[in-house]
Design a protein around this ligand. Structure first.
Ligand code: CA2
Length: 154
């Protein structure tokens, strides 16, 4: 029996407001519920999941750097930093950990400034548009990738 995979889920700016504002776009599930459901799914899939949210770019960079050695993979909704952050991109590229980018909304169907991700090129995959299910699908993909990275690599 192998040790459980350790996944770090990171949530970027304003996602602490989930379920309380802009429910037409982001749904009614709050962050605490999303985290609880994700932890339960991780356990079903033989993984552990730690979840953190920050409104600060540097904090997200610190957590990504510190994840090396402590976690096996990253599940990341960098929120608005997805479209702007070279610092987060560089941190993902610097650590030897697979990262899956997730979004609640379908960013390609929204304003043009949300169409580009600075992070996607350094991630192993992207899931967007399925609400909280984007996280569940991303977690499954990340765990599969961690277990068989050579199969899933381009
Ligand atoms: O769809 C996503 O998950 C996004 O990452 C959400 C970001 C947005 O900037 C990205 O383009 C797409 C915004 C997160 C803001 O979350 C809120 C939640 C409730 C109320 C207000 C904002």
């Amino acid at each position: 029996m192998s040790a459980p995979l350790r996944v770090l889920a990171l949530h970027g700016p304003n996602l602490n407001l989930l379920g309380r504002r802009e429910t037409a776009i982001y749904g009614t599930t709050d962050l605490a519920t999303l985290e609880t459901d994700l932890r339960a799914l991780a356990a079903d899939l033989g993984a552990t999941l730690e979840s953190r949210q920050s409104n600060h770019e540097g904090q997200l960079v610190d957590w990504i750097q510190e994840a090396e050695g402590a976690f096996d993979g990253l599940l990341l909704n960098a929120a608005a930093y997805t479209h702007t952050s070279i610092a987060i991109r560089d941190a993902i590229a610097a650590v030897r950990l697979p990262c899956v980018e997730v979004h609640l909304s379908n960013t390609q169907a929204r304003e043009p400034f949300r169409h580009r991700s600075t992070l996607a090129p350094v991630c192993v995959g992207v899931v967007a548009g399925f609400g909280p299910s984007s996280y569940a699908l991303g977690l499954r993909g990340l765990i599969d990738y961690c277990r068989a990275p050579e199969r899933d690599s381009p």
